[in-house]
Design a protein around this ligand. Structure first.
Ligand code: GLA
Length: 340
């Protein structure tokens, strides 16, 4: 069977182009010009998947793929997208408007038009990009602003309440704090982050398996429930905070919880190892950590798929430094690192 290997994120795509598309769609759908347009980028996670809601460390970076939302005042909230007839995505957009209003901001009813280069359900944070772009454009309409941290937390709440996905904070934090060409090491328990510069000799490709997930489908919530059950059994508030001296206690858990817990503590530790390897320009170690992470997500966390595994194995056979699935899993993308 041929493995689809569409490399989607090497070339930078223009943010101006996606803004123009959103404005044009707004005009076509609502027969008037947009008052404001705002954008937000997708993200790719280099290391640390399924650890944010366990209070661990993550290392995502912004992508040069963007979502743009054009908006104008209206009689009632309405939203159109250039790419989707399925209305499920509007729960994310309206969820953000509801959270802004709950926070006391007097956001009027809005007409929203969405254009995006971030593929949906591909593990590249199309949801957070949409949420943050909607929040930014709504704030711009009323001449208000929120700090990146408050914006990230508000959008995460919108995803929990509006869309019913119990996500962690990684995506919204990355999208609101990202700087070009740098990754962000985020401590998800303390909500403090540091920018990490990537070596210029490291090339990152993102390969889309073309398999799509919907985090609403339940696998994501089930993993989060396992992680929380493991934390309760080990009597720690957040699983990633289990001290290394107590890691052996994981072996005494029920087998499935033990595998979930093993993934979480090692994956969070791998983020620190990655940062050290990046600082030392030790690209061989960077690559080895990628393969270790994939194995853990596949065997202990059960969120990989045959298509993702096949792409990782093919990349390995072609001699890349490392490859791993990225994001929530159940489909989506593989991130591959190689030497320039
Ligand atoms: C999704 C969630 C994030 C995170 C990742 C997995 O993207 O939105 O909070 O849990 O999955 O690392």
């Amino acid at each position: 069977m041929a493995i689809p290997t569409r490399v989607i994120a090497s070339p930078a795509r223009g943010v101006e182009c996606v803004k123009k598309r959103a404005k044009r769609l707004h005009f076509t759908a609502f027969s008037r010009d947009a008052e404001q347009v705002a954008t937000a980028s997708g993200r790719v996670n280099l290391m640390g998947d399924h650890v944010d809601y366990a209070g661990g460390f993550v290392l995502p970076m912004a992508l040069s793929l963007h979502t743009a939302v054009a908006a104008s005042r209206a009689d009632h909230d309405c939203a159109v997208s250039e790419s989707s007839d399925d209305r499920a995505w509007t729960r994310y957009a309206f969820g953000v408007l509801a959270q802004l209003r709950d926070a006391g901001l007097s956001i009027p009813p809005l007409s929203l038009a969405v254009a995006s280069d971030v593929p949906v359900g591909a593990g590249l944070s199309s949801s957070a990009a949409l949420e943050v772009a909607v929040a930014r454009v709504a704030l711009a309409v009323v001449g208000a602003a929120l700090e990146p941290r408050a914006l990230a937390l508000l959008c995460q709440r919108a995803e929990h309440i509006g869309a019913g996905v119990p996500c962690g904070i990684m995506d919204q934090w990355c999208v609101t704090h990202a700087q070009p060409h740098q990754s962000i090491m985020l401590d998800c328990a303390r909500l403090t982050s540091t920018l990490i510069t990537l070596p210029p000799t490291l090339v990152i490709d993102i390969v889309d398996s073309d398999e799509r997930h919907a985090l609403r489908d339940g696998g994501y919530a089930a993993r989060r429930a396992d992680v929380e059950a493991a934390a309760r059994a080990l009597r720690v508030p957040l699983l990633a905070q289990l001290p290394r001296a107590r890691w052996h206690e994981i072996d005494a858990l029920a087998p499935q919880l033990a595998r979930r817990a093993r993934h979480v503590v090692h994956e969070s530790a791998r983020v620190h190892e990655m940062c050290a390897a990046l600082a030392a320009n030790d690209l061989a170690r960077v690559g080895a950590l990628f393969f270790e992470s994939h194995q853990s997500l596949r065997d202990d966390f059960d969120v990989s798929t045959h298509a993702l595994d096949a792409i990782v194995e093919r990349a390995r056979s072609e001699g890349v430094l490392g490859a791993r699935m990225t994001g929530g899993g159940f489909g989506g993308c593989v991130i591959i690192v190689r030497r320039a």
